[in-house]
Design a protein around this ligand. Structure first.
Ligand code: IMP
Length: 193
């Protein structure tokens, strides 16, 4: 079985990825390989950050691994918050403050189109690969709470009547940006077998 380290400290994200990949691939957390502490992500693109995180772990532990980076890209805001989604309202990665800032920036905007975009950087057998997953939708006028995290209460995916948060993790894991990127990763890994 292919064994991969997931270069993230976000337990929520690891659960989502595990739910999507099932038991087909053995996934190890950073904790399981004895890594603690933050991984630098100072690039100005999702691709750059995903590669930076995967390389950081690969260089230190020599393992096959992957990292992802996600941004919410809002059309009327020229792609904001994008790569800065976590820190939109400040360094604290405070989801409430980030959503409030987004709602304020969207005041009076007719065009509510947005997309979540995930980029996964995989390093396997000393080669690097990138996979992208996108889900299109729109920014709601107010939070519609439920499960999930981050901007989920404010994002309604195309073709659905409820926010990601209201749809819940089971639906989200089938249709999300991360799910689509992880599915591409999965297809690639299957092709290696
Ligand atoms: P990351 O690169 O996956 O850590 O994502 C950066 C930021 O984007 C997070 O801190 C969240 O604010 C936001 N984000 C990423 N994925 C999601 C999601 O699935 N739902 C809502 N917000 C997300």
């Amino acid at each position: 079985m292919i064994k991969l380290v997931v270069a993230t400290n976000n337990a929520h994200k690891l659960d989502e990825i595990r739910a999507i990949l099932g038991n087909k691939i053995e996934l190890l957390s950073l904790k399981e390989i004895g890594h603690s502490g933050d991984i630098p992500e100072t690039a100005d693109t999702l691709e750059g950050n995903a590669l930076m995180k995967a390389r950081y772990i690969h260089e230190r532990y020599g393992c096959d691994c992957f990292a992802d980076d996600t941004g919410l890209e809002v059309e009327a805001l020229n792609g904001e918050p994008g790569v800065y989604s976590a820190r939109y309202a400040g360094e604290a990665n405070d989801a409430e403050a980030n959503m409030q800032k987004l709602l304020t920036r969207m005041e009076g905007k007719i065009n509510r189109s947005a997309q979540f975009r995930t980029v996964i950087a995989l390093i396997i057998e000393e080669k690097e690969y990138l996979f992208e997953g996108i889900v299109q939708g729109e920014i709601l006028h107010e939070r519609c709470e439920g499960e999930g995290f981050g901007y989920d209460p404010l994002f309604r995916p195309q073709g659905y009547d409820e926010s990601f948060a209201q749809l819940g993790n089971e639906v989200k894991n089938r249709i999300s940006h991360r799910a689509r990127a992880v599915e591409k990763l999965n297809d690639f890994l299957e092709s290696l077998r």
